[in-house]
Design a protein around this ligand. Structure first.
Ligand SMILES: NC(=O)c1ccc[n+]([C@@H]2O[C@H](COP(=O)([O-])OP(=O)(O)OC[C@H]3O[C@@H](n4cnc5c(N)ncnc54)[C@H](OP(=O)(O)O)[C@@H]3O)[C@@H](O)[C@H]2O)c1
Length: 291
């Protein structure tokens, strides 16, 4: 099986990375479209794609597989506009890459005979991303099953894997991904700010914390979460936790975050048997006060 000609609508962070990755794997990109023309023009020049513009004028400008990599809020609007193009969409497939939305957002195209799916990369993309950012990741697949073999082939070409999900599983997975990626970034930014509380520079604190992040990620990938856990709660060092709570007095919202996560940490430490029942109860009482 080989891949059909492909089109991409929306050449932002993901769309442009996808376009470069497909071309690097010798897949034929038939056309590229983007709301702001200058952006698509630059990418089309770089990849030598002759058909490009703001929006396809007819379905003849589309490959038989089209990725809609526009923001989630624009997917349905773009699908509706595409469904109004003249011609039968029976041999066309449309795929969006949203983590939160199901393939049903493309229903206007299905009503015109197209097959539809969602293909969500569990990865973070910016304008600096490259094909290697697809390597080893998972794409969730949802929608019309007949599209899946083509999408699996795209994933395979990138050295990625696929995971079939229902639309409910997809939403849960996406919420988890936001915690894992976006909130981890926010948590690190917040951690650095906490660390600068007595005058150390942000740069020094960030540099000091990053090796800790790396080893934590390594440990969580090699061991269970309970085994990978360390720190004052796991050791039952109540005085240390008290001191942290005092330090956070001036930032009540951070104190609450510390306590919410602390309570979950008590449960994780208890599940591994490293925290005795009496100490766990004392910690719960201390932390619950601020939640
Ligand atoms: N970035 C990620 O980490 C990531 C990861 C997984 C999945 N995704 C999914 O990928 C999709 C695209 O996300 P992104 O982060 O690549 O977004 P992005 O960087 O903001 O790019 C979106 C692109 O769509 C174009 N666009 C915006 N509104 C449009 C409209 N109404 N009609 C046509 N084109 C429009 C934008 O054009 P302009 O140039 O005019 O702004 C922009 O180039 C989303 O569904 C998102 O959930 C993203």
């Amino acid at each position: 099986m080989s891949l059909p000609k492909i089109s991409i609508i929306g050449t932002g962070a993901l769309g442009s990375t996808l376009a470069r990755a497909l071309v690097s794997q010798d897949v034929i990109l038939k056309s590229l479209f983007n709301r702001t023309e200058s952006k698509v023009q630059d990418l089309a020049n770089e990849l030598a794609i002759s058909t490009h513009g703001i929006f396809p004028k007819s379905i003849s400008e589309l490959g038989s597989l089209t990725f809609l990599t526009v923001p989630d809020r624009a997917i349905n609007e773009v699908a509706q506009k595409l469904s109004k193009l003249k011609g039968d969409l029976e041999n066309f497939t449309f795929v969006h890459c949203s983590g939160n939305e199901s393939a049903e957002l493309l229903q206007p195209l299905k009503l015109q005979g197209a097959t539809i799916a969602s293909f969500h990369p569990l990865q973070t993309f910016t304008h600096y991303s490259g094909i290697n950012d697809f390597k080893g990741i998972y794409f969730s697949l949802q929608g019309d099953g007949e599209v899946f073999p083509q999408l699996r082939l795209v994933a395979e070409k990138f050295g990625a894997r696929t995971l079939e999900v229902t639309k409910e599983q997809k939403s849960h997975l996406h919420t988890a991904a936001v915690f894992t990626s976006n909130y981890l970034t926010t948590l690190l930014d917040t951690s650095v700010k906490v660390g600068t509380g007595s005058g150390l520079s942000e740069e020094k604190v960030k540099n000091a914390l990053l090796p800790l992040v790396e080893t934590t990620l390594k440990n969580t990938s090699e061991q269970s979460f309970a085994d990978a856990l360390s720190g004052p709660i796991k050791r039952g060092d109540i005085r240390t936790v008290e001191k942290h709570l005092e330090l956070l007095d001036e930032t009540p919202e951070l104190k609450e975050v510390y306590c919410v996560l602390g309570l979950r940490t008590v449960e994780l430490a208890t599940s591994s048997g490293s925290l005795d029942g009496t100490t766990a109860e004392k910690l719960r009482k201390m932390l619950q006060k601020w939640v």
